[in-house]
Write a protein that binds this ligand. Structure first.
Ligand code: SF4
Ligand code: SF4
Length: 386
């Protein structure tokens, strides 16, 4: 089968194996076909040698978290994330991956009214105990939210889909922090309902391209600030996804919120730091894809007593968008390793800049707080402990 992979990209892999220790699925299984090297070998066998696309081959691709921890570790610079996204898209088009029910489940993300209705139903189901606790949804999942109100036009604050439905308090904190630094903020709201990251991960290329085009058309001129690592990584990749000059220009305007604030750190007020020891959990899409995780530290440092590093070399927590729902066993095993790393260090709270990681870790009893929430609490002189 032609997976439609770029032959040059595919041939960049020299099968050295240096990426293996950085791959969460290889670490928990020890199985070569669940490593980056093994998966790339399978891509070659399918594309170049017409190897059959058996259930085992599809499973090897489906079990990749798409954390891209293998990319910074690769001396050859293999663009693994792009290879995997294209492989999945071809398999979805061939009816071998992401069945119709899974595709249907992702459709409401692009439709704010449907998303609001669906999220209210999930909130009620969660309250009466019908949602598995391993998914980490908080008991007080909001059914209705206070609206976000624009305060100016210096920057866009991307609000997204699931995060806006369930963690609008993080957007409110982010907006207050930006305003404290002197910026007028325009929340994107229904103008840009979804970045398409989950669709892209699922191999739904047409859906993700449509959403990317809609976003680009809606969000002109200003910097687009993103407080969800997964969304920011997807939006920074629009140039590759769409291949147009306009998409490349847009991608250059996308910044993680910490990346933006690190460049304006002197504009934030000097305040008494929170009396907290904060363990920093780097979301993969901030650390391995955007590679701006140091900004989180730059922004947090003045506002808390101390920062604590985890000593697991940034290994994935197993959240991976919808991965924790679709591959619960592997996601749980990967999360166990992250929880062990968190428990190895003394800390008061864990900071994480990705809603998926937060919910996934909460499913194992680890409560996290968004870095912007901590900065906001320090500026407002309120306490934080959970
Ligand atoms: S992806 Fe990179 S690090 Fe991994 S085996 Fe291939 S060349 Fe080596
Ligand atoms: S993206 Fe993550 S899970 Fe997939 S092969 Fe690379 S390191 Fe392993």
């Amino acid at each position: 089968m032609d997976l439609k992979l770029d032959a040059d990209d595919l041939n960049m892999c020299v099968q050295c194996g240096l990426c293996l220790p950085h791959c969460p699925t290889f670490r928990v299984t020890g199985d070569e076909t669940m490593s980056p090297r093994g998966r790339i070998k399978l891509m070659r066998e399918v594309q170049d040698n017409d190897a059959p696309v058996s259930k085992e081959v599809v499973d090897a691709f489906a079990t990749c978290v798409q954390c891209r921890g293998c990319e910074p570790a690769c001396p050859s610079g293999v663009p693994y994330g792009h290879l995997m996204e294209q492989t999945r898209e071809t398999l979805v088009d061939a009816g071998k991956l992401t069945p119709a029910w899974q595709q249907a489940a992702l459709k409401p993300l692009a439709h704010p009214k449907l998303l609001k209705a669906g999220s209210a139903v999930i909130a009620v189901a969660n309250k009466v105990g019908l949602v598995p606790s391993r998914l980490g949804l908080p008991d007080d999942l909001p059914i209705r939210q206070e609206p976000l109100v624009a305060s100016g036009d210096d920057v866009w604050m991307f609000t997204g889909c699931v995060m806006d439905a369930w963690q609008r308090d993080v957007h409110q904190a982010t907006q207050r922090v930006l305003e404290a630094a002197g910026f007028g903020v325009r929340p994107t709201g229904d103008l840009a309902p979804c970045c398409g990251a989950l669709q892209s991960h699922a191999g739904m290329g047409d859906d993700s391209r449509k959403l990317a085009s809609k976003l680009i058309a809606a969000l002109g001129d200003r910097p687009v600030l993103v407080n969800s690592a997964g969304c920011g990584a997807a939006m920074k990749d629009y140039g590759h996804l769409l291949g147009t000059d306009e998409a490349h220009e847009f991608a250059c305007r996308v910044l993680d919120i910490s990346e933006f604030l690190a460049d304006h750190i002197d504009a934030l007020p000097s305040v008494e730091p929170l009396d907290l020891s904060v363990a920093v959990q780097d979301p993969c899409h901030l650390r391995h894809v955007q590679r701006v995780h140091e900004s989180t530290r730059t922004v947090l440092r003045p506002f808390v007593r101390e920062l604590v590093e985890l000593n697991d070399d940034g290994l994935c927590c197993g959240a991976g968008g919808a991965y924790s729902v679709l591959q619960p066993e592997l996601a749980g095993q990967i999360r166990d390793r992250k929880v062990e790393a968190i428990n190895r260090v003394a800390h008061d709270v864990v900071a994480s800049a990705n809603p998926g990681c937060s919910m996934h870790l909460a499913g194992a009893g680890v409560q996290t707080v968004h870095p912007m929430t901590l900065v906001d609490q320090a500026i407002r002189g309120t306490s934080s402990s959970s």
